[in-house]
Design a protein around this ligand. Structure first.
Ligand code: FAD
Ligand code: NAD
Length: 481
């Protein structure tokens, strides 16, 4: 039985990062992964690279370019002629981006000496890992430490069973061969909004059915309100409080029956995306008798440092509590590698940024205002609109705002919430500032380059104390209320 210091099960952003960091720290490391691409070849990177973050962002970029060419170029005095969409070329580009990145992980494994093992890994009661490859051949490996990083899979909905053709999950929605005339999406969460936006930009009429009465409950209320207004103006039809009762595929159409505040209704669409969350991949991860404890929601139970109930076994990424985000899993991967190597390491779970890559983008870090209110934490708020920012006006990207929340007594920044162009990049400044315990006054005293969108962050911090320069004092106060 081949022996390692560390075996990682899963080569998504949690597992592959953990494996590389372990190898960098001098640990003999193997990483087991079962993902095969459409041609049946091993493809590292997990959901993130193969069917998540990367392909979705490739399509968001292509569809955004199309909209800009069609709607915005003429305003800049550029007449490109009639824009035409070639879906096959768009998909081929997306697949190329994915291939290059997944091959990049294989190269990184090789460069760092990580042994890549293809197949399904199963933790045994004696802590060895049994791997079954795609031909059915099995092999056993032993290690001092095992890191479980098997990720997650889409939640199924009994009322809308995915058939991979008319009714698809997020993976299917990344590979439509034509723009659906009418597209239904169940779930107006992150995937629903991002993928709904892709196809809406390319010409689909998109209807999102969301079970909750409120929109984007994980975001700050003020941001969620602005987002709902903007997405509705863009043409996304978002039906809140909608409960799907059944779906029937007939003559290449999906008939969706649902109930909302207006009673029972039906909707006919060409394709339907089911995007109602994701569940941890537990099935087949452990052999009977292994006794790995799960938490009450079915995730692998871990402590703050990702230790499971089994000595020497860690779990990271989507399979454990916390937001299902690639960067959260990667940071846990680094932490666990450091711990195994005998170093001190932690993850600051309060400062994990979230981004929704719609247009405008939505991003936040820290606590939102409704959470501060609910916990009775005295706070002050500063809001600055991009419409008052010079660079945003020059770029024609004036929608949205940045909101800074700080403690009313200490002035320490407790949360930053943004909606607007390039917020996925801007949020990093807030994460850094909060990591160093910045106050809004610290940010106000910092020099930001002009003209940049970042100046809106500066002004929002100044607005906490009613001191924003490019906004009338009255407006500053009104927005803060
Ligand atoms: P995964 O990436 O799911 O990887 C797990 C790997 O383990 C897979 O390759 C799987 O095949 C393999 N595996 C599972 N069980 C076994 C086993 N027993 N043996 C061997 N191998 C096994 N997050 C972001 O932060 N930003 C985004 O923009 C973003 N966009 C997304 C878009 C979409 C459409 C989706 C679906 C998700 C998106 N996410 C995004 C979420 C992100 O993809 C996940 O949070 C992230 O991939 C989780 O990483 P992970 O390593 O825990 O698991
Ligand atoms: P989500 O939790 O973001 O949204 C699911 C939505 O579906 C929720 O609004 C929920 O209320 C709704 N819903 C649940 N059951 C329903 C039902 N029966 N009918 C109608 N609506 C229903 O989950 P998701 O969009 O599927 O994404 C899964 C995970 O992937 C998320 O946790 C997210 O963290 C991650 N992800 C992240 C990004 C990013 O970081 N930009 C992008 C995509 C996915």
């Amino acid at each position: 039985m081949e022996k390692f210091d560390v075996i990682v099960i899963g080569a998504g952003p949690a597992g592959y990062v953990a494996a590389i960091r372990c190898a960098q720290l001098g640990l003999k490391t193997a990483c087991v992964d079962k993902w095969l691409d459409a041609e049946g070849r091993p493809s590292l990177g997990g959901t993130c690279l193969n069917a998540g973050c990367i392909p979705s962002k490739a399509l968001l970029e292509s569809s955004e370019l199309y909209v800009r060419l069609r709607d915005e170029f003429p305003e800049h005095g550029i007449q490109p002629g009639r824009a035409r969409i070639d879906i096959a070329a768009m998909m081929a580009r997306k697949d190329r981006v994915v291939r290059e990145l997944t091959q990049g992980i294989a190269q990184l494994f090789q460069a760092n000496g990580v042994v890549s093992v293809q197949g399904h890994g199963c933790l045994q009661p004696d802590r060895s890992v049994r791997v079954t490859d795609d031909t059915g051949k099995t092999a056993a490996y032993r290690a001092e430490h095992v890191i479980l990083a098997p990720g997650s899979r889409p939640t199924q909905l009994a009322a809308a069973p995915v058939d991979g053709d008319r009714i698809v999950d997020s993976t299917g929605a990344l590979a439509f061969e034509a723009v659906p005339g009418r597209l239904g999406v169940i779930g107006a969460g992150i995937i629903g909004l991002e993928l709904g936006s892709v196809w809406q930009r390319l010409g689909s009429e998109v209807v999102l059915l969301e079970a909750q009465q409120d929109f984007l409950t994980m975001a700050d209320r003020q941001v969620a309100r602005e987002a709902l207004k903007t997405f509705t103006r863009q043409g996304l039809e978002i039906r809140l409080g909608a409960r799907v009762l059944s779906c029937r595929v007939r003559r290449n159409k999906v008939e969706v029956r649902f109930q909302d505040g207006d009673g029972e209704q039906s909707l006919k669409v060409d394709r339907l995306i089911v995007a109602v969350g994701r569940l941890p991949n537990i099935d087949g991860l452990c052999a009977p008798g292994t006794e790995l404890a799960l938490d009450e929601w079915g995730y692998v139970h871990v402590d703050e440092q990702c230790r499971t109930s089994l000595p020497g076994v860690y779990a990271i990424g989507d399979v454990v509590r916390g937001p299902m985000l690639a960067h959260k899993g990667s940071q846990e991967g680094v932490m666990v590698a450091e711990l195994i190597a005998g170093r001190h390491a932690t993850v600051d779970y309060d400062l994990i940024p979230s981004v929704i890559y719609t247009q405008p983008e939505i991003a936040w870090v820290g606590r939102h205002e409704q959470a501060l209110q609910a916990d009775g934490i005295p706070h002050a708020s500063g809001v600055f609109p991009f419409a008052a920012n010079g660079r945003a006006r020059a770029a024609g990207e004036t929608g949205g705002f940045i909101k800074v929340l700080s403690h009313a007594r200490t002035d320490r920044v407790l949360g930053v919430h943004m909606i607007g162009a390039h917020c996925s990049e801007l949020i990093a400044q807030a994460v850094v500032a909060m990591s160093f315990g910045a106050s809004s006054e610290d940010l106000g005293m910092t020099v930001f380059a002009h003209p940049t969108l970042s100046e809106a962050f500066h002004e929002a911090a100044l607005a906490v104390h009613g001191e924003a320069i490019h906004m009338a004092r009255k407006a500053v106060r009104r927005r803060a209320e």
